[in-house]
Write a protein that binds this ligand. Structure first.
Ligand code: BEZ
Length: 179
């Protein structure tokens, strides 16, 4: 993936808009991947599912807490993507009280498929989901790649370490020292 452009896709998001009225004032908003990646250096991390234990207890909250350290190392935004629809991703973000990390709903899995990271998780009743990975993406080009070992369909385990915020921060820090 190093040096490759991330796929150009349109994400179907749900945004709050008081003009909608009523007790649930949300509407659809299409957001192009360019909107997330063009002209920015970002960390993208992808995980198997919203609300799942490792993602909710460690990966997402740790990225949220460590955002200031990423910003100090020249990262403009941190994005968490999952093959879940916008309703689920919004509910997850609300439950996590996110202020820093932005969630991207890849409900149809198009982005994940085009990244080559779509795997079957039928063994868990999940259908097609993302393998766990993260990347530093600079103006749409993959600058650094952090993929968990053992990419496979219906994997018995859920490796987590390479794509942790701690590991990515360590890599960014060591590159800064070497530069
Ligand atoms: C977890 O984050 O712990 C998890 C992810 C996918 C399936 C089961 C658990």
């Amino acid at each position: 993936m190093l040096g490759r452009k991330v796929p150009v896709v349109t994400f179907r998001t749900r945004v709050r808009d008081e003009a909608v009225g009523g007790s649930n004032p949300f509407r659809w908003q299409d957001v192009s991947s360019d909107n997330y990646f063009a002209g920015k250096r970002v960390v993208l991390f992808s995980l198997p599912g919203a609300f799942t234990p490792t993602c909710s207890t460690y990966q997402l909250p740790d990225f949220e807490k460590l955002t200031p350290e990423f910003r100090a190392l020249g990262i403009d935004e941190i994005y968490c993507i999952s093959v879940n629809d916008a309703f689920v991703m919004n509910a997850w973000g609300k439950s996590q009280g996110l202020e820093n990390v932005k969630l991207i709903p890849d409900g149809s899995g198009e982005f994940t498929r085009k990244m080559g990271m779509l795997v079957a998780k039928d063994n868990l009743g999940f259908g097609m989901r993302s393998w766990r990975y993260a990347a530093v993406v600079n103006n749409g080009t993959v600058e650094q790649w952090f993929e968990e070992e053992g990419y496979s369909d219906n994997c018995d385990s859920d490796p987590y370490g390479v794509s942790s915020p701690q590991n990515i921060l360590a890599a960014l820090k060591s590159q800064k020292i070497a530069a």
